[in-house]
Design a protein around this ligand. Structure first.
Ligand code: ZN
Length: 307
């Protein structure tokens, strides 16, 4: 028997249990994607209409929401990781120094929040290098992590993350604890604990579903965190300052963070701390997978390997 915290099930996983530092049972990683209006500009590109509604909703983030989140994390003395597109840092040059000054991590998140399917390999590399230069110029620190806009990655992107010497990527969901993909340390994300799918609402007819109840979402997030704690996994929370900096969401986050703070065997850490632990612990190499994209199924039919 392994020492799987999920014990009680008849079938054991072929993977070993993940080991956390200092005898902790699980980890919680708080992340903020500081997108502001960059995804909107990217989606509109050459044809930005003279309409302020959607822009102003998103500009709320760097003006107000970001500082509410910094204040909230500071209250619990939790350190978080903030992923900032180059364009956002360029537009609000005060935000990277503010985040770093409060002791948090800053990570790369594209330049214009460009979507992977829209850019070539060369453009991806240019955006990565330009963001890295800007971060060093503005904040005086070299970021060690990357999070892909919209959480999509390609084998090229993983190679580039490695080539420019970043310590980790945080865009994929292949395990619910850190692992390695194509030799890159992956700090996984999860859509079910991303505020955007519940609370992103921009008006202007662009929304695909209505706002969800904060009470229901809090219940689900608490359940996800408690169960992952039992399984010894990594709870990754992803919020956006323009979405979760609003009053009711702050109240929701307070209740979530209160529960996490009360659990002394949960390790709250930034992604760079978690990546560092992963690399320098027995976990390193135990959860290593290839990011190979399979061949198209093509003319193959059920039960026939070829033809
Ligand atoms: Zn984003």
């Amino acid at each position: 028997m392994t020492s799987s915290p999920g014990k009680g099930y008849a079938v054991e996983s072929p993977w070993p249990a993940y080991e956390w530092p200092q005898g902790k049972r699980s980890a919680a990683f708080l992340s903020v994607d500081v997108d502001a209006h960059s995804p909107l500009l990217w989606s509109l590109r050459d044809a930005v209409p003279e309409r302020l509604g959607g822009m102003e909703i998103r500009r709320f983030g760097p003006r107000t929401g970001l500082y509410r989140l910094l204040d909230l994390f500071g209250h619990y003395d939790f350190k978080a990781s903030f992923y900032v597109p180059g364009f956002v840092a360029e537009t609000w040059p005060e935000i990277l120094p503010a985040i770093v000054g409060a002791g948090h991590e800053i990570g790369l998140h594209g330049y214009f929040h460009e979507i992977v399917s829209d850019v070539s390999d060369r453009e991806f590399t240019e955006a990565l290098e330009a963001s890295l230069d800007l971060f060093v110029r503005q904040a005086g620190v070299r970021p060690v992590g990357f999070r892909s806009p919209a959480w999509e990655m390609t084998p090229h992107m993983l190679r580039e993350v490695k080539r420019i010497g970043l310590a980790y990527d945080s865009s994929l969901s292949g395990f619910d604890h850190p692992y390695e993909i194509d030799g890159v340390t992956e700090i996984p994300v999860q859509w079910a604990t991303d505020d955007a799918i519940f609370f992103k609402f921009e008006g202007g007819g662009r929304d695909k579903w209505p706002l969800q109840s904060g009470h229901a979402v809090l219940e689900d997030w608490l359940s996800e965190w408690r169960t992952l704690h039992r399984f010894g996994g990594l709870f990754t929370l992803t919020v956006h300052d323009w979405i979760s900096g609003r009053a009711q969401r702050i109240a929701l986050l307070e209740k979530l963070l209160e529960a996490i703070a009360a659990e002394s065997s949960a390790w709250v850490a930034t992604a760079d701390e978690i990546a560092d632990h992963h690399k320098n612990s027995p976990n390193s190499g135990r959860f290593s997978v290839e990011g190979a994209v399979p061949q198209p199924i093509g003319p193959r039919r059920f039960g026939q390997a070829d033809g």
